[in-house]
Unconditional design. Structure first.
Length: 458
């Protein structure tokens, strides 16, 4: 072999080796797709509930993966829930409470997001949908770890057509952004029916273009948060009113995304997660979702903080399974980082890697002693890490008096709860205060509550 042939063969061998290493990494590093709904009730989809509209694509996702019945968010309000998801931190740590309006700073850049964690591992990253964790240049998606983005920077009801308080947003037109640029300066009722379609089309296109790389795709839908809109192709299709049509279109979106994964040849190496930021906004009556649990959005009861969750990862998560193991949205960032082989952010985080729980590894235990919950800046209690016990410290909360209809809100009143312990295995609906029956459990849960209050709310 002459020198020229040797160099040629050596170069070819090096290229082949590089190709094999890329292939090996693609096989060992999963793509991650996170579909995050807005105000969807725990029972809005089969197999969790029994809605009077079809949801075949979500049912299929569950039949190919696992339904998690005890998945919690730390606050049942938009910005707080989304910041906790993206940062792996409690609202008490980031001080992102409630729902932020136009121009808000949102999540401080000192707290890394999922996008930044996975971007550092050379993932291609994208978010298409409702952001709602910052509406300033340094807190919008391009500055927070997302290579591509489109959507609204806050809730679609924060606009001049608000049914209850349009004057509050008269000087803040709702805007649609794409890749850091203002694409639609004033979103009108003519644009809203296309939101679910636009997010879905962007997601499908991103999958098709990114299949050769590990990628993270975050799809936080604006729906079914009011005001409800659906495209012409779903208008009247459910026979169950506007809410049914909206949910059928979201189900269609899930189907389009999973079909794109399959057709792009990456389905087998992709973790798909579908859940919601909190429970239903029951004030809106027939424009709201359903939950069997106590109360709803904007409270610390399970109707607000327990969200339906499905995960599918072929060969890793058992198909057609169901799990009662408890874990939380704050755990997704460290769990995704663990799967990707990415280092955790330098800032403190509160979530833990719960992959062993997700795959039901024998002997796996939740690494948390407890999960905390709050509403706005008010700390309200803790749930034991295994989901068995829930302690409410004394607090007030809103409870529905009369639901609204056809897009108009109803009325709430203020109620209060005393120091209360619930056995969530026997009483998942939080009806019977058993604090006097289990003094040792109560003492332990009160210790956790005091510990959390001192660390995050003192």
């Amino acid at each position: 072999m002459n020198r020229r042939d040797f160099l040629h063969k050596s170069a070819f061998a090096g290229m082949a080796s590089l190709g094999l290493s890329q292939v090996a990494r693609a096989a060992s590093t999963p793509n991650i797709v996170l579909i995050f709904l807005d105000d969807s009730g725990w029972a809005d989809f089969k197999p969790f509930g029994h809605p009077n509209y079809p949801t075949p694509n979500v049912e299929r996702l569950a039949s190919e993966g696992c339904r998690f019945n005890n998945f919690y968010v730390p606050q049942a309000v938009c910005s707080a829930s989304r910041s906790a998801l993206l940062s792996g931190c409690y609202p008490g740590r980031t001080k992102v409470f409630g729902a932020h309006g136009p121009g808000a700073r949102g999540l401080d850049p000192g707290f890394a997001t999922m996008g930044q964690v996975l971007q550092a591992r050379n993932y291609r990253t994208a978010v298409f949908g409702k952001w709602h964790v910052g509406d300033q240049p340094e807190t919008r998606p391009p500055a927070r770890g997302f290579d591509e983005s489109c959507g609204l920077m806050y809730s679609n009801d924060m606009w001049e057509f608000h049914p209850e308080n349009p004057k509050a947003y008269a000087n803040f037109p709702l805007q649609f952004w794409e890749n850091g640029q203002l694409k639609i300066p004033r979103v009108t009722p003519e644009h809203q029916p296309m939101l679910t379609t636009w997010y879905t089309e962007h997601a499908v296109d991103f999958i098709q273009r990114s299949k050769a790389n590990p990628f993270f795709l975050y799809v936080p839908h604006s729906m079914p948060h009011v005001p409800l809109f659906r495209s012409e192709k779903f208008k009247g299709k459910s026979g169950a009113g506007v809410y049914g049509d909206v949910m059928m279109e979201i189900d269609w979106s899930v189907g389009e995304i999973t079909k794109a994964l399959r057709q792009s040849g990456v389905e087998e190496n992709t973790l798909v997660v579908m859940t919601s930021d909190n429970g239903p906004w029951t004030s809106y009556g027939n424009h709201a979702g359903a939950t069997p649990f106590r109360e709803a959005k904007g409270t610390g009861f399970d109707g607000g903080t327990r969200s339906a969750c499905i995960m599918r990862y072929p060969g890793r998560i058992a198909a057609g399974s169901a799990s009662s193991r408890a874990f939380g949205s704050i755990d997704l960032l460290p769990t995704f980082a663990g799967l990707a082989g990415a280092p955790l952010p330098k800032n403190p985080i509160d979530g833990r890697n719960v992959w062993d729980l997700i795959v039901d590894k024998p002997g796996a235990r939740n690494p948390h002693d407890y999960y905390a919950f709050c509403t706005g800046p008010n700390f309200e209690g803790v749930i034991s890490g295994d989901g068995h016990w829930k302690l409410h410290v004394p607090h007030t909360y809103r409870t529905l008096v009369e639901a609204g209809n056809d897009g108009k809100p109803g009325r709430f009143r203020q109620a209060s709860i005393e120091l209360s312990l619930f056995d969530m295995e026997k009483d998942p609906f939080e009806t019977a205060n058993v604090i006097g029956l289990y003094p040792e459990v109560a003492a332990r849960m009160k210790m956790y509550a005091e510990q959390h209050r001192k660390e995050f709310y003192s």
